[in-house]
Design a protein around this ligand. Structure first.
Ligand code: ASP
Length: 329
């Protein structure tokens, strides 16, 4: 199966590139209560410059003919390594003051996928998710077993406190204080996941998502990010999607797959499909969050029902967009 898939990929690209195959990329760094009057000019500039550089580099890599999966992993790793985002370094804390990381990746031509949940010592959960996809017969590995697999492959490990930051520690303390006082914690505590979707020069779609999950999560809670069809999905016949938001809702509504299925079976455009799911269905259910997506023609969609979402994209026609707040195009 993989062999034939690989064979097809080898034959198809020559034609596709010759026909002027567009490339496209979109990324998010989490959605939530991100508002202008709550953010200093310095912090805003820091996010914007990160997003700008990451999206420009990713687009250039795609233009240079790099494989979509490589670009997804490279850009997500950069976000995992940055304390700005809730993935890798800078991941949120569990109720017990630990970090439990989730990630997944999917290839839209081969319909291959890999995911890891609840890992605590793997520096790059997205790299491990890719290894699960390519070097194991499985789709999803969890906790200790996933870490054992990482160790066998020599995937870099770090001590658990590598992921820790003061900012996230304070978020846990304030989350706990509010919970213990019987006040519902603010929506802010939930978001910050990262994700990348691409259309590469071979005409293949790919998607990846990586997260520390939700502040104060307990009992081995796993969100949507490592659930294929919920937080991540890619299918060359429709689109590639990465989600961020209140994971429980994204799992129940199989958000990423539903957007692709609406395109494939109901003939909706990418934007219509994404808006139907995020603005209509999820909002009616009370599910906060958003998605970034690209389709096989290089259209980009970045839709969220929260005040803001860190996001950036370059579409198939070369149009670049960077945004943080809800009132930006
Ligand atoms: N979706 C993630 C989760 O529920 C959280 C996020 O997007 O920030 O674990």
């Amino acid at each position: 199966m993989r062999f034939f898939g690989g064979l097809l990929l080898c034959l198809f690209p020559v034609w596709a590139v010759a026909a002027g195959q567009p490339v496209a990329i979109a990324l998010h760094g989490g959605a939530g209560t991100i508002e202008r009057d709550r953010m200093s000019a310095e912090v805003e500039a820091e996010y914007r410059s990160f997003l700008d550089k990451a999206i420009s580099d990713g687009y250039q890599q795609l233009q240079a003919g790099e494989e979509g999966l490589d670009v997804v992993v490279a850009i997500i790793q950069r976000m995992e390594d940055s304390p700005l985002f809730n993935a890798g370094k800078g991941a949120v804390y569990t109720w017990e003051g630990q970090h439990e990381l989730d990630a997944s990746i999917m290839h839209g031509a081969l319909m291959d996928a890999g995911a890891v949940a609840g890992v605590t010592t793997v520096q790059s959960p997205i790299a491990l998710a890719r290894a699960v996809m390519e070097q194991s017969p499985h789709v999803m590995l969890a906790s200790r077993g996933a870490e054992q697999f990482a160790a066998e492959l020599g995937i870099p490990e770090v001590s658990a406190d590598y992921f820790s930051t003061e900012r996230r520690k304070r978020a846990l303390e304030s989350y706990k204080a509010r919970k213990q006082a019987g006040v519902e914690p603010e929506v802010d505590y939930k978001f910050g996941t990262v994700g990348v979707v691409v259309l590469d020069s071979k005409g293949n779609l790919a998607a990846g998502t990586s997260t520390g999950g939700m502040t104060g999560k307990r009992w081995g809670r796993i969100g949507d990010a490592p659930v294929i069809g919920a937080g991540t999905y890619a299918d060359n016949r429709s689109c590639a999607v990465s989600a961020t938001g209140h994971g429980e809702y994204f799992i129940r509504h199989t958000v990423a797959r539903d957007i692709c299925a609406r395109m494939q079976f109901a003939g909706q455009s990418l934007q219509d499909a994404a808006e139907s799911v995020i603005m209509d269905e999820l909002m009616a259910a009370g599910g906060d969050g958003g998605i970034v997506a690209v389709d096989a023609d290089g259209h980009v969609s970045m839709v969220f029902n929260t005040p803001g979402m860190y996001r950036a994209s370059v579409s198939g026609s070369g149009e670049k967009r960077i945004g943080i707040f809800g009132d930006e195009p």
